[in-house]
Structures are given as structure tokens and as C-alpha cells.
Design a protein around this ligand. Structure first.
Ligand SMILES: Cc1cc2nc3c(=O)[nH]c(=O)nc-3n(C[C@H](O)[C@H](O)[C@H](O)COP(=O)(O)OP(=O)(O)OC[C@H]3O[C@@H](n4cnc5c(N)ncnc54)[C@H](O)[C@@H]3O)c2cc1C
Length: 402
């Protein structure tokens, strides 16, 4: 049973839309969740890594395919560093369809209304609320709400319709799922090099009985090449071809990775979340954990604004300020990534890996390295590893001007 008037309408039933709708409903608001596809969780573009803190918040351990505790990382010429300890879970490799379903089910169980095969056609912000026309499985219906939220992914209709700007970076991620990869249980492999992932890295991630092999980069670093060309180069490279010789492809995915929080994620009675807001991490491309963080940081103030129906300029400014910490940490992570990876030549990377491979540096990485928050490790390395000190001024400059 669906009404035509809600406190909040959320566009997009991905993980962030599902999480947002659930949280808003459990704080006493009425919520309608819209999904343009006829089912939840398909199609998806994801390597399926969910960090422990995000997993804890939605309790979806039954969607885990492999527990990841470590990584093997390779320089362009093949220097290996191994990090991680089996007793410490670094991230979970999940079935992304099941994960999305589990998050959306949390919202439905709490009383959120869901419309599948539905998408917005038009929306107008008025003084008292938002009027929105929705195509519900081919039939146009009118709805009203106090707040309209876009959790509608990288190409967000909400962000474009309300001219909310663009994320600073839009990387391309490409991935195939294979059987037969010669990897190690519980460890992901990361490969670097201009000919396989210029400025970024390629990965092989164990996911139960299969492995997800992919790469990501910025379009302007590709030149005449495609991401498929780069993956082919990795899989046939004399250094690594043994690992890929028995691989059989069973699926492929390609998608955008938007990174760079838009200038104002909240304007008037409209807010964007997750990929729609440009929240993917510049260091790994992961977007689920940061999207959950955004919801948690904004929730209390957002609920108050909806309940009092106060969307004055002061309130909007306060709402945008609640996520300033996310913007700062994203900028710092990008600066560190640029200095350690994106702006490095293959020769630079080979040198960096020689330093990383030293036992005391590995110890440091194991001690304070976190996939989700690389800033403390990056800063400590710049301060304590003599070979990296020369990079510190580059990071500082990037932070000031970036
Ligand atoms: C190759 C690749 C690998 C990745 N690997 C990881 C990873 O390992 N870990 C990680 O955390 N992140 C990863 N990401 C990023 C991750 O997939 C996203 O950050 C995450 O899906 C963001 O969730 P979201 O809910 O904001 O958006 P989405 O997951 O894109 O969900 C948006 C939802 O909105 C719906 N929608 C869109 N437009 C409309 C509309 N107009 N009307 C109604 N519904 C609409 C869509 O159908 C979809 O269901 C990867 C991305 C790529 C490309």
C-alpha cells in the first residue's frame, strides 16, 4: 500500500539508498524508496569489498564469500610486499546482489514503502515541500514530500536535475569474474604499472569459488587503450601469466567510480548521497563504507529539519557542514594517493616498493594500515621513513592547492 505524501522520498535502492531509508524510518519519518529496476541488486558494478565497520552496521555477514585478512602487492617490475595477519580481518568480500538485498530488506522491515520499476520524471521544489512525478511501471503518478534524496548512483538524475555540480574525479572501473585464478585464500593481489593500470592499480580479489580481476584508472590516462586492453596486458604479462593461465571468464562488469564530494550535497529540499554525491574513496574506489558514514553523520540534523519542516538557508548550511570531515579526509587521501601512486612513474614505484618491502616498514603498515583510512599510515610513513621525507612537501603542496 503506497501513499502519495511522504516525509522523504529516496531515489535509488542501492546500498546507500536502502541504508538511508532504513535510518530515516527508524527515526520516525515516513519514507518512500524508488528503484528503476524490477529487482534489487542488479545490475551492479563492484568488486564486493565491504569494510568491517560498514558490515557491522548492517549485520550482513551471511552475504560474505571470503574473509580478507591480507594482500600481496606488486611493483611494475615485480617486487612483492606481503601485508596483513591472518587473525585480523581487513575487509569482507561479499555477494553484492545479496548484500544490497539485505540492506534494502532492513528498510522494508522497518516500514519503508518500496516501488520497483519506478523512476522520477520531474520534480519541483515549493516553499512547503517537493512535488514529484514518478513513472511507476509505465504509469505517471504524482507524489509530495518534505525532502527529496538522491541515492541514485554515479550518474544521479537528482544531482543533474537540480544542477548540484559534478564529482571532482570520475574513474572507470572494469572487472571480470573468473574461475581458476592461482591466488591465496584470504589474500587479495594488487598490481601496479603504466601498462596495466596507469596511475592506479589492478586487483585480483578472492570471492568464494571465483576471483574478481579488474582495474581502474582515469579516462585521460588511458590514451588509445581501453580498460580491457590493460587487463589483457596484465593477464598475458610474462611476470604474471602463470596465475591467469587456467582462468575461465564467467562475467564482466564496467562502471564509473565518482570521487570528490560535490560542493553542496544539500540544496533547498534536495540532498544527494553515496555515489550521487561523489563519495568513493580516491585510494581504493570503495563507496559503500563512505556512503554509510555520510548518512550517519547527517542523520540527526536531517531528521530534525524534516520534522520541523525547516529548510532555511541556515539549516541547509548546517546540514552541509555535518560532512565537512568527509570532504577533508577525501582530499587528504587523494593527495597521498597522487604522491605515492598516481603521479609516480614505473621507476618511482619500483623504488617505493623497495622501501615498503623493508621489514620495519611492513611492520608499520601492519600496525596502523587500514584499507578504509590510509591517512594515518601515509602521514606516519612521510614522517618516519627517511626515504619518504622528500615526498612530504609534495603532499603539503597538494593539500594547500588541491
Ligand atoms: C568495477 C567497480 C568495482 C567497485 N568495487 C567496490 C568495492 O569493492 N567496494 C565498494 O565499497 N565499492 C566499490 N565500488 C563502488 C560501489 O559500487 C559504489 O560506491 C556503490 O555501489 C555506491 O552505492 P550507491 O547506493 O550510492 O549507488 P548504486 O549502487 O549505484 O545504487 C544506485 C541505485 O539507484 C538506482 N537508480 C539510478 N537512477 C535511478 C532513477 N533515476 N530512478 C530510480 N532508481 C535509480 C540504480 O538502479 C541503483 O539500484 C566499485 C565500483 C566499480 C565500478
Amino acid at each position: 500500500m503506497v501513499n502519495d505524501n511522504y516525509d522523504v522520498i529516496v531515489i535509488g535502492a542501492g546500498p546507500i539508498g536502502g541504508y538511508l531509508a532504513w535510518k530515516l524510518k527508524t527515526h520516525g519519518l515516513t519514507v518512500l524508496l524508488l528503484e528503476e529496476h524490477s529487482e534489487i541488486g542488479r545490475p551492479f558494478q563492484c568488486a564486493g569489498m565491504v569494510n568491517p565497520s560498514a558490515m557491522e552496521r548492517v549485520g550482513a555477514l551471511d552475504t560474505v564469500l571470503t574473509r580478507i585478512w591480507g594482500a600481496r602487492m606488486y611493483s611494475p617490475s615485480g617486487t612483492e610486499i606481503q601485508i596483513g595477519k591472518p587473525e585480523t580481518t581487513r575487509t569482507w568480500s561479499v555477494c553484492r546482489k545479496l548484500f544490497d538485498e539485505r540492506v534494502v530488506k532492513l528498510s522494508l522491515d522497518s516500514g519503508v514503502d518500496l516501488l520497483l520499476s519506478s523512476k522520477p520524471i520531474n520534480a519541483n521544489v515549493k516553499n512547503s515541500g517537493v512535488e514529484i512525478s514518478i513513472d511507476v511501471d509505465g504509469e505517471i503518478k504524482q507524489f509530495e514530500c518534505r525532502l527529496l534524496c538522491g541515492a541514485d548512483g554515479a550518474h544521479s538524475w537528482v544531482r543533474r536535475t537540480f544542477k548540484m555540480g559534478r564529482p571532482k574525479e570520475l574513474m572507470i572501473g572494469f572487472q571480470i569474474e573468473v574461475t581458476g585464478y592461482q591466488g591465496e585464500e584470504g589474500r587479495l593481489d594488487l598490481f601496479t604499472g603504466e601498462d596495466i593500470a596507469p596511475g592506479f592499480f589492478a586487483w585480483a580479489i578472492p570471492s568464494g569459488t571465483t576471483t574478481r580481476i579488474g582495474n581502474w584508472t582515469l579516462p585521460d590516462k588511458l590514451g588509445e587503450r581501453s580498460c580491457e586492453d590493460l587487463l589483457e596486458t596484465l593477464m598475458t604479462s610474462p611476470l604474471w601469466s602463470d596465475r591467469f593461465s587456467n582462468c575461465r571468464e564467467i562475467g564482466r562488469y564496467c562502471g564509473p567510480v565518482p570521487s570528490g564530494l560535490v560542493h553542496k550535497p544539500v540544496i533547498n529540499r534536495v540532498a544527494v548521497f553515496g555515489d550521487a554525491a561523489g563519495l568513493c574513496k580516491p585510494t581504493t574506489g570503495g563507496g559503500i563504507g563512505k556512503g554509510f558514514d555520510q548518512v550517519d553523520l547527517m542523520l540527526e540534523r536531517l531528521v530534525e529539519a524534516v520534522k520541523t519542516n525547516d529548510f532555511s538557508p541556515t539549516t541547509i548550511q548546517e546540514l552541509n557542514t555535518t560532512i565537512s570531515s568527509l570532504r577533508r579526509s577525501q582530499n587528504k587521501s587523494r593527495a597521498l594517493r597522487n604522491v605515492f601512486l598516481t603521479e609516480s612513474t614505473d621507476e618511482d614505484l619500483d623504488e617505493l616498493f623497495e622501501v615498503w618491502a623493508q621489514p620495519d616498514v611492513i611492520e608499520l603498515i601492519n600496525e596502523i594500515g587500514e584499507i578504509d583510512n590510509p591517512i594515518p599510515l601515509g602521514i606516519k610513513m612521510l614522517k618516519e621513513v627517511p626515504e619518504f621525507r622528500r615526498l612530504a612537501s609534495k603532499v603539503a603542496t597538494a593539500l594547500i592547492w588541491g
